[in-house]
Design a protein around this ligand. Structure first.
Ligand code: ADP
Ligand code: PMV
Ligand code: MG
Length: 337
Protein backbone atom coordinates (compact mmCIF):
# COMPACT_ATOMS: atom_id res chain seq x y z
CA UNK A 1 0.00 0.00 0.00
CA UNK A 2 1.36 3.42 -0.87
CA UNK A 3 1.85 6.06 1.84
CA UNK A 4 1.45 9.85 2.08
CA UNK A 5 4.84 10.55 3.57
CA UNK A 6 7.82 8.41 4.57
CA UNK A 7 11.00 9.16 6.50
CA UNK A 8 13.92 6.74 6.00
CA UNK A 9 17.52 6.81 7.16
CA UNK A 10 20.71 4.97 6.21
CA UNK A 11 24.14 4.88 7.88
CA UNK A 12 27.65 5.88 6.86
CA UNK A 13 30.39 3.27 6.82
CA UNK A 14 34.10 2.82 7.23
CA UNK A 15 36.06 0.42 5.09
CA UNK A 16 38.23 -1.42 7.58
CA UNK A 17 40.27 -3.14 4.86
CA UNK A 18 40.28 -3.39 1.07
CA UNK A 19 39.00 -0.15 -0.51
CA UNK A 20 39.93 0.24 -4.19
CA UNK A 21 41.12 -3.40 -4.51
CA UNK A 22 37.46 -4.37 -3.89
CA UNK A 23 36.61 -2.68 -7.21
CA UNK A 24 38.90 -5.31 -8.84
CA UNK A 25 36.98 -8.23 -7.31
CA UNK A 26 39.21 -8.63 -4.23
CA UNK A 27 37.59 -9.04 -0.79
CA UNK A 28 36.98 -6.16 1.64
CA UNK A 29 35.65 -5.65 5.17
CA UNK A 30 33.40 -2.74 6.12
CA UNK A 31 31.22 -1.62 8.99
CA UNK A 32 28.22 0.69 9.21
CA UNK A 33 28.75 3.54 11.69
CA UNK A 34 26.36 5.70 13.66
CA UNK A 35 26.19 8.77 11.40
CA UNK A 36 23.03 8.86 9.26
CA UNK A 37 21.43 10.44 6.22
CA UNK A 38 17.69 11.10 6.55
CA UNK A 39 15.38 11.26 3.53
CA UNK A 40 11.74 12.32 3.65
CA UNK A 41 9.63 11.46 0.59
CA UNK A 42 6.10 12.69 -0.12
CA UNK A 43 3.79 13.23 -3.06
CA UNK A 44 3.33 16.71 -4.54
CA UNK A 45 0.68 18.10 -6.93
CA UNK A 46 3.07 19.48 -9.53
CA UNK A 47 3.89 16.16 -11.22
CA UNK A 48 7.60 17.01 -10.91
CA UNK A 49 10.43 15.41 -8.98
CA UNK A 50 11.62 17.96 -6.44
CA UNK A 51 14.84 17.45 -4.46
CA UNK A 52 15.64 19.54 -1.39
CA UNK A 53 19.28 18.77 -0.51
CA UNK A 54 19.89 20.74 2.67
CA UNK A 55 23.52 19.74 3.20
CA UNK A 56 24.92 20.12 -0.29
CA UNK A 57 26.78 23.26 -1.24
CA UNK A 58 25.60 24.49 -4.63
CA UNK A 59 28.52 24.45 -7.04
CA UNK A 60 28.70 27.27 -9.59
CA UNK A 61 26.52 29.68 -7.61
CA UNK A 62 26.45 33.24 -9.00
CA UNK A 63 24.90 36.06 -6.98
CA UNK A 64 24.23 39.60 -8.35
CA UNK A 65 23.45 42.44 -5.91
CA UNK A 66 21.99 45.87 -6.53
CA UNK A 67 21.02 48.27 -3.77
CA UNK A 68 17.51 46.84 -3.48
CA UNK A 69 17.71 43.38 -4.99
CA UNK A 70 19.63 40.14 -4.96
CA UNK A 71 19.62 37.73 -7.90
CA UNK A 72 20.81 34.10 -7.77
CA UNK A 73 21.95 32.05 -10.74
CA UNK A 74 23.46 28.60 -10.79
CA UNK A 75 25.58 26.52 -13.13
CA UNK A 76 22.76 24.01 -13.68
CA UNK A 77 25.08 21.34 -15.12
CA UNK A 78 27.14 21.23 -11.94
CA UNK A 79 24.11 21.40 -9.66
CA UNK A 80 22.44 18.55 -11.57
CA UNK A 81 25.62 16.46 -11.35
CA UNK A 82 25.87 16.82 -7.60
CA UNK A 83 22.31 15.53 -7.23
CA UNK A 84 23.00 12.57 -9.54
CA UNK A 85 22.82 9.90 -6.81
CA UNK A 86 19.43 11.12 -5.59
CA UNK A 87 18.00 11.52 -9.11
CA UNK A 88 19.13 8.07 -10.24
CA UNK A 89 17.81 6.53 -7.01
CA UNK A 90 14.35 8.06 -7.60
CA UNK A 91 14.37 7.07 -11.30
CA UNK A 92 15.24 3.43 -10.51
CA UNK A 93 12.38 3.15 -8.01
CA UNK A 94 9.95 4.84 -10.41
CA UNK A 95 10.75 2.12 -12.98
CA UNK A 96 9.45 -0.48 -10.50
CA UNK A 97 6.16 1.20 -9.58
CA UNK A 98 3.24 3.13 -11.02
CA UNK A 99 3.45 6.81 -10.04
CA UNK A 100 0.24 7.75 -11.88
CA UNK A 101 1.61 11.13 -12.94
CA UNK A 102 2.11 12.19 -9.31
CA UNK A 103 5.12 14.32 -8.37
CA UNK A 104 7.48 13.35 -5.58
CA UNK A 105 9.32 15.66 -3.20
CA UNK A 106 12.42 14.32 -1.54
CA UNK A 107 14.02 16.24 1.30
CA UNK A 108 17.48 15.27 2.58
CA UNK A 109 19.32 16.07 5.80
CA UNK A 110 22.58 14.35 6.59
CA UNK A 111 25.10 13.93 9.41
CA UNK A 112 27.70 12.45 7.03
CA UNK A 113 30.50 14.66 5.66
CA UNK A 114 30.39 14.59 1.86
CA UNK A 115 33.27 13.16 -0.19
CA UNK A 116 35.03 12.09 3.01
CA UNK A 117 35.28 8.33 2.48
CA UNK A 118 32.40 7.61 4.84
CA UNK A 119 30.00 6.51 2.10
CA UNK A 120 27.71 9.56 1.94
CA UNK A 121 26.90 8.68 -1.70
CA UNK A 122 25.74 5.18 -0.75
CA UNK A 123 23.80 6.38 2.31
CA UNK A 124 21.91 9.02 0.32
CA UNK A 125 21.14 6.51 -2.44
CA UNK A 126 19.99 3.80 0.02
CA UNK A 127 17.88 6.17 2.14
CA UNK A 128 16.27 7.67 -0.99
CA UNK A 129 15.45 4.24 -2.45
CA UNK A 130 14.11 3.15 0.95
CA UNK A 131 11.88 6.21 1.36
CA UNK A 132 10.57 6.43 -2.22
CA UNK A 133 9.95 2.68 -2.58
CA UNK A 134 7.92 2.64 0.66
CA UNK A 135 6.05 5.77 -0.50
CA UNK A 136 5.05 3.95 -3.68
CA UNK A 137 4.02 0.84 -1.77
CA UNK A 138 6.90 -1.39 -2.93
CA UNK A 139 8.00 -4.03 -0.44
CA UNK A 140 11.77 -4.21 -0.92
CA UNK A 141 14.08 -6.01 1.50
CA UNK A 142 17.13 -4.13 2.73
CA UNK A 143 19.30 -6.39 0.55
CA UNK A 144 17.24 -5.47 -2.52
CA UNK A 145 17.62 -1.78 -1.66
CA UNK A 146 21.40 -2.34 -1.38
CA UNK A 147 21.44 -3.88 -4.88
CA UNK A 148 19.56 -0.89 -6.32
CA UNK A 149 21.98 1.40 -4.45
CA UNK A 150 24.85 -0.37 -6.20
CA UNK A 151 23.13 0.29 -9.57
CA UNK A 152 22.89 3.99 -8.65
CA UNK A 153 26.62 4.15 -7.88
CA UNK A 154 27.44 2.36 -11.15
CA UNK A 155 25.27 4.82 -13.12
CA UNK A 156 26.78 7.91 -11.49
CA UNK A 157 30.40 6.84 -10.93
CA UNK A 158 30.87 4.46 -13.86
CA UNK A 159 32.52 1.98 -11.46
CA UNK A 160 31.58 0.77 -7.97
CA UNK A 161 32.23 -2.44 -6.07
CA UNK A 162 28.85 -2.21 -4.31
CA UNK A 163 30.30 -2.61 -0.81
CA UNK A 164 29.12 0.82 0.41
CA UNK A 165 25.42 0.53 -0.56
CA UNK A 166 25.40 -3.06 0.74
CA UNK A 167 26.72 -2.21 4.20
CA UNK A 168 24.59 0.94 4.39
CA UNK A 169 21.48 -1.11 3.59
CA UNK A 170 22.11 -4.14 5.84
CA UNK A 171 24.21 -2.56 8.62
CA UNK A 172 26.75 -4.21 10.94
CA UNK A 173 30.09 -5.60 10.08
CA UNK A 174 30.46 -7.28 6.67
CA UNK A 175 32.82 -9.23 4.42
CA UNK A 176 32.27 -8.49 0.73
CA UNK A 177 33.70 -9.96 -2.46
CA UNK A 178 32.46 -9.57 -6.01
CA UNK A 179 28.86 -8.85 -5.01
CA UNK A 180 28.71 -11.69 -2.45
CA UNK A 181 28.59 -10.72 1.20
CA UNK A 182 27.92 -11.91 4.70
CA UNK A 183 27.90 -10.53 8.24
CA UNK A 184 31.02 -11.07 10.34
CA UNK A 185 30.61 -11.67 14.08
CA UNK A 186 29.80 -8.32 15.68
CA UNK A 187 32.75 -6.71 17.47
CA UNK A 188 32.88 -3.40 19.34
CA UNK A 189 35.85 -1.65 17.73
CA UNK A 190 37.71 1.04 19.69
CA UNK A 191 38.21 3.32 16.70
CA UNK A 192 38.67 7.03 16.08
CA UNK A 193 37.88 8.55 12.69
CA UNK A 194 39.98 11.57 11.68
CA UNK A 195 38.60 13.97 9.09
CA UNK A 196 41.08 16.08 7.11
CA UNK A 197 38.33 18.61 6.30
CA UNK A 198 38.96 18.28 2.57
CA UNK A 199 37.11 16.03 0.17
CA UNK A 200 37.85 13.64 -2.66
CA UNK A 201 35.54 12.44 -5.43
CA UNK A 202 35.22 8.64 -5.48
CA UNK A 203 34.38 8.74 -9.19
CA UNK A 204 37.64 10.55 -9.97
CA UNK A 205 39.85 8.53 -7.60
CA UNK A 206 38.57 5.17 -8.86
CA UNK A 207 39.15 6.38 -12.44
CA UNK A 208 42.68 7.55 -11.55
CA UNK A 209 43.58 4.15 -10.06
CA UNK A 210 42.15 2.48 -13.18
CA UNK A 211 44.33 4.64 -15.47
CA UNK A 212 47.46 3.84 -13.44
CA UNK A 213 46.57 0.14 -13.41
CA UNK A 214 46.14 0.10 -17.19
CA UNK A 215 49.41 1.93 -17.68
CA UNK A 216 51.43 -0.42 -15.43
CA UNK A 217 49.44 -3.60 -14.77
CA UNK A 218 52.58 -5.57 -13.79
CA UNK A 219 53.18 -3.10 -10.90
CA UNK A 220 49.55 -2.61 -9.82
CA UNK A 221 48.39 -6.22 -9.99
CA UNK A 222 50.68 -7.41 -7.13
CA UNK A 223 49.63 -4.43 -4.97
CA UNK A 224 45.95 -5.27 -5.46
CA UNK A 225 46.66 -8.96 -4.81
CA UNK A 226 48.46 -8.11 -1.56
CA UNK A 227 45.48 -6.03 -0.49
CA UNK A 228 43.23 -9.02 -1.16
CA UNK A 229 45.50 -11.33 0.85
CA UNK A 230 45.64 -9.00 3.82
CA UNK A 231 41.84 -8.89 3.87
CA UNK A 232 41.74 -12.70 3.93
CA UNK A 233 44.15 -12.60 6.87
CA UNK A 234 42.05 -9.93 8.65
CA UNK A 235 38.94 -12.07 8.20
CA UNK A 236 40.75 -15.11 9.68
CA UNK A 237 41.79 -13.02 12.68
CA UNK A 238 38.31 -11.57 13.22
CA UNK A 239 36.63 -14.98 13.08
CA UNK A 240 39.34 -16.73 15.18
CA UNK A 241 39.05 -17.44 18.89
CA UNK A 242 42.10 -15.34 19.77
CA UNK A 243 41.47 -12.90 22.60
CA UNK A 244 40.51 -9.32 21.74
CA UNK A 245 43.92 -7.78 22.52
CA UNK A 246 45.76 -10.18 20.21
CA UNK A 247 43.17 -9.68 17.50
CA UNK A 248 43.56 -5.91 17.70
CA UNK A 249 47.36 -6.13 17.53
CA UNK A 250 47.31 -8.16 14.30
CA UNK A 251 44.49 -6.09 12.80
CA UNK A 252 46.49 -2.92 13.58
CA UNK A 253 49.53 -4.27 11.72
CA UNK A 254 47.37 -5.19 8.74
CA UNK A 255 45.83 -1.68 8.75
CA UNK A 256 49.30 -0.13 8.56
CA UNK A 257 50.24 -2.37 5.62
CA UNK A 258 46.94 -1.55 3.91
CA UNK A 259 47.61 2.17 4.33
CA UNK A 260 51.08 1.78 2.76
CA UNK A 261 49.59 -0.04 -0.21
CA UNK A 262 46.87 2.61 -0.64
CA UNK A 263 49.65 5.23 -0.62
CA UNK A 264 51.38 3.20 -3.35
CA UNK A 265 48.15 3.34 -5.39
CA UNK A 266 48.36 7.14 -5.14
CA UNK A 267 45.22 7.86 -3.13
CA UNK A 268 46.75 9.26 0.08
CA UNK A 269 47.47 12.94 0.68
CA UNK A 270 49.95 14.75 2.90
CA UNK A 271 47.20 15.59 5.40
CA UNK A 272 45.84 12.03 5.51
CA UNK A 273 49.30 10.64 6.16
CA UNK A 274 49.93 13.27 8.84
CA UNK A 275 46.77 12.20 10.66
CA UNK A 276 47.72 8.53 10.25
CA UNK A 277 51.20 9.08 11.74
CA UNK A 278 49.86 11.34 14.51
CA UNK A 279 47.43 8.58 15.53
CA UNK A 280 50.12 5.90 15.53
CA UNK A 281 52.49 8.08 17.56
CA UNK A 282 49.72 8.62 20.14
CA UNK A 283 49.39 4.88 20.65
CA UNK A 284 47.02 3.58 17.96
CA UNK A 285 47.79 -0.03 17.00
CA UNK A 286 47.01 0.79 13.39
CA UNK A 287 45.81 3.69 11.23
CA UNK A 288 44.81 3.95 7.60
CA UNK A 289 42.70 5.77 5.07
CA UNK A 290 39.05 4.81 4.89
CA UNK A 291 37.23 5.06 1.56
CA UNK A 292 38.46 6.46 -1.70
CA UNK A 293 41.07 8.88 -0.22
CA UNK A 294 42.29 12.05 -1.98
CA UNK A 295 41.25 13.87 1.23
CA UNK A 296 38.44 12.76 3.48
CA UNK A 297 39.05 10.47 6.44
CA UNK A 298 41.43 8.03 8.07
CA UNK A 299 40.61 5.80 11.00
CA UNK A 300 42.70 4.46 13.84
CA UNK A 301 42.31 1.35 15.99
CA UNK A 302 43.16 2.52 19.49
CA UNK A 303 42.09 0.28 22.36
CA UNK A 304 42.44 2.23 25.63
CA UNK A 305 43.90 5.23 23.76
CA UNK A 306 40.92 6.74 22.00
CA UNK A 307 41.10 10.10 23.75
CA UNK A 308 44.90 10.39 23.26
CA UNK A 309 44.49 9.58 19.56
CA UNK A 310 41.60 12.05 19.21
CA UNK A 311 43.79 14.77 20.75
CA UNK A 312 46.71 13.89 18.45
CA UNK A 313 44.42 14.12 15.42
CA UNK A 314 43.22 17.56 16.57
CA UNK A 315 46.79 18.79 17.10
CA UNK A 316 47.69 17.53 13.61
CA UNK A 317 44.88 19.74 12.21
CA UNK A 318 42.15 17.13 11.73
CA UNK A 319 38.71 16.65 13.26
CA UNK A 320 38.35 13.50 15.35
CA UNK A 321 35.07 11.62 15.49
CA UNK A 322 34.62 8.91 18.08
CA UNK A 323 32.04 6.69 16.49
CA UNK A 324 30.46 3.28 17.04
CA UNK A 325 29.48 0.50 14.70
CA UNK A 326 25.80 0.57 13.79
CA UNK A 327 24.09 -2.80 13.76
CA UNK A 328 21.22 -1.27 11.85
CA UNK A 329 21.29 -0.44 8.15
CA UNK A 330 18.38 1.16 6.30
CA UNK A 331 15.63 2.13 8.73
CA UNK A 332 12.11 3.26 7.91
CA UNK A 333 11.63 5.86 10.66
CA UNK A 334 8.06 7.07 10.06
CA UNK A 335 5.24 6.24 7.68
CA UNK A 336 2.16 8.45 7.36
CA UNK A 337 -0.63 6.71 5.46
N1 ADP B 1 23.28 14.82 1.76
C1 ADP B 1 23.41 14.63 0.43
N2 ADP B 1 22.49 15.11 -0.44
C2 ADP B 1 22.63 14.92 -1.76
N3 ADP B 1 23.68 14.27 -2.35
C3 ADP B 1 24.63 13.78 -1.52
C4 ADP B 1 24.55 13.93 -0.09
N4 ADP B 1 25.64 13.34 0.45
C5 ADP B 1 26.37 12.85 -0.60
N5 ADP B 1 25.78 13.12 -1.78
C6 ADP B 1 26.30 12.79 -3.12
O1 ADP B 1 27.46 11.96 -2.98
C7 ADP B 1 28.62 12.63 -3.54
C8 ADP B 1 29.86 12.23 -2.77
O2 ADP B 1 30.10 10.86 -2.99
P1 ADP B 1 31.54 10.23 -3.08
O3 ADP B 1 32.40 11.00 -4.02
O4 ADP B 1 31.34 8.79 -3.33
O5 ADP B 1 32.11 10.44 -1.60
P2 ADP B 1 31.65 9.72 -0.23
O6 ADP B 1 30.70 8.63 -0.57
O7 ADP B 1 32.95 9.18 0.32
O8 ADP B 1 31.10 10.80 0.65
C9 ADP B 1 28.28 14.11 -3.48
O9 ADP B 1 29.02 14.86 -4.42
C10 ADP B 1 26.79 14.06 -3.84
O10 ADP B 1 26.62 13.88 -5.22
C1 PMV C 1 37.15 3.28 -3.40
C2 PMV C 1 35.96 2.38 -3.07
O1 PMV C 1 36.47 1.07 -2.75
C3 PMV C 1 35.21 2.89 -1.82
C4 PMV C 1 34.70 4.30 -1.96
O2 PMV C 1 34.09 4.75 -0.75
P1 PMV C 1 33.69 6.30 -0.56
O3 PMV C 1 32.77 6.67 -1.68
O4 PMV C 1 34.98 7.08 -0.63
O5 PMV C 1 33.04 6.39 0.78
C5 PMV C 1 35.04 2.29 -4.29
C6 PMV C 1 34.05 1.15 -4.28
O6 PMV C 1 34.23 0.18 -3.51
O7 PMV C 1 33.10 1.20 -5.07
MG1 MG D 1 30.87 7.23 -2.13
Amino acid sequence: MSAKRVLASAPAKIILFGEHSVVYGKPAIAAAIDLRTYVRAEFNDTGAIKIEAHDIRTPGLIVSFTEDSIYFESDYGKAAEVLGYVREAIELVKEEADVNGRGITVSITSQIPVGAGLGSSAAVAVATIGAVSRLLGLELSNEEVGKLGHKVELLVQGASSGIDPTVSAIGGFIHYKGGKFGHLPFMELPIVVGYTGSSGSTKELVAMVRRNYEEMPEIFEPILNSMGRLVDKAKDVITSDLDRELKFQTLGKLMNINHGLLDALGVSTKKLSELVYAARTAGALGAKITGAGGGGCMYALAPGKQSEVATAITIAGGTPMVTRISREGLRIEEVEV
